[in-house]
Design a binder for this molecule. Structure first.
Ligand code: GUN
Length: 297
């Protein structure tokens, strides 16, 4: 069997275009653009790349982008003061503080300082709680993007066996909640799970989010399973001195067994920014008191 590739890049592009169209309508109705503020502390090269591409994507989607850069030795007080200023700023609908933060800063304290109504990352405990009890809130971008890919491929997930590998607050836990809300039977597996291959073999849907290069092997998969690979791991390539990106799943092997699979790169990765823009658009409508149909984006 050769698995169908789930084209996250194309899906993300379509979503970004849809968001851009609705954002232009929002601007006409509200008399201002929807706005996303991104805070980058320090000069980590990977974070700089992410922040730059978020800024570009925001502008391309007819939204305002506010970038704030702080030195890596900034005090907690100064960062919290900036977050509070952004909480109060009516031009800012969404606030994202790029993680990880330098060691002297308390990430949980900073996330807790963001207004839950501007927390487009969905990391605030209020939004985690809303997701847990089924209230409207903001859902972390990567798992929501995975869910969009899954439902576009499978439609109704009701009664399917889903195994999420990884239990992080950013991906694994919210992913499991979303699958449960969609009436899947959900297992969260992790580093202490006994006989992980046997657990994964039960799954109609596998979401791998552990950060270990090509850990999930072809013979762990039930034939025809749908595989969502959240991993982005840099490994040495065959060319001397070069590296390449691989997921948490052995893509070549898994493609012979799975029914459908997301590639790395070009699968889940591009969805994260697209969903961030989607969440910002939703925040803008809520903050401005303008209706947005539930299934609009
Ligand atoms: N660092 C890597 N991915 C993310 C993300 O989705 N949100 C934030 N805030 N930081 C990140």
């Amino acid at each position: 069997m050769t698995a169908e590739q789930i084209d996250g890049k194309a899906f993300a592009l379509t979503l970004r275009e849809k968001v851009g169209t609705i954002a232009a309508e929002f601007e006409r109705k509200a008399g201002r653009k929807a706005g996303l503020a991104v805070v980058l502390v320090g000069d980590d090269p990977a974070s700089q790349v992410y922040v730059r591409s978020k800024g570009k994507a925001t502008l391309a989607a007819n939204m305002a982008s506010f970038e704030h850069r702080l030195p890596d030795d900034v005090s907690g007080g100064a960062l919290l003061a900036l977050v509070e200023q952004l909480n109060q700023d009516p031009a800012v609908d969404g606030i994202l503080v790029q993680l990880p933060l330098p060691a002297q800063l308390d990430e949980q304290q900073v996330i807790s300082a963001i207004s839950p109504d501007k927390d487009v990352d969905g990391f605030h405990v209020i939004n985690a709680g809303r997701l847990a009890v089924g209230q409207d809130g903001f859902v972390p971008c990567t798992p929501l993007g995975c869910m969009m890919l899954l439902t576009s491929r499978l439609g109704d997930l009701s009664g399917l066996e889903a195994v999420v590998i990884g239990r992080s607050n950013i991906v694994g836990k919210p992913m499991a909640q979303l699958l449960l809300d969609a009436n899947a039977t959900v297992t969260i597996a992790h580093s202490r799970t006994k006989d992980l291959p046997a657990v994964v073999r039960r799954a109609d849907v596998v979401v791998a989010a552990v950060g270990r290069a090509e850990m999930v092997k072809a013979d762990w998969l039930k034939p025809g399973a749908t595989v969502i690979d959240v991993g982005i791991n840099r490994v040495p390539s065959n060319e001397a001195g070069k590296t390449r990106l691989v997921g948490d799943v052995d893509f070549a092997g898994a493609s012979d067994v799975a029914g459908a699979i997301t590639p790395v790169p070009g699968g889940v990765g591009p969805m994260t920014i697209a969903v961030l823009l989607r969440n910002t658009l939703v925040a803008a409508h809520r903050n401005a008191g303008i209706d947005l149909a539930k299934d609009a984006v």
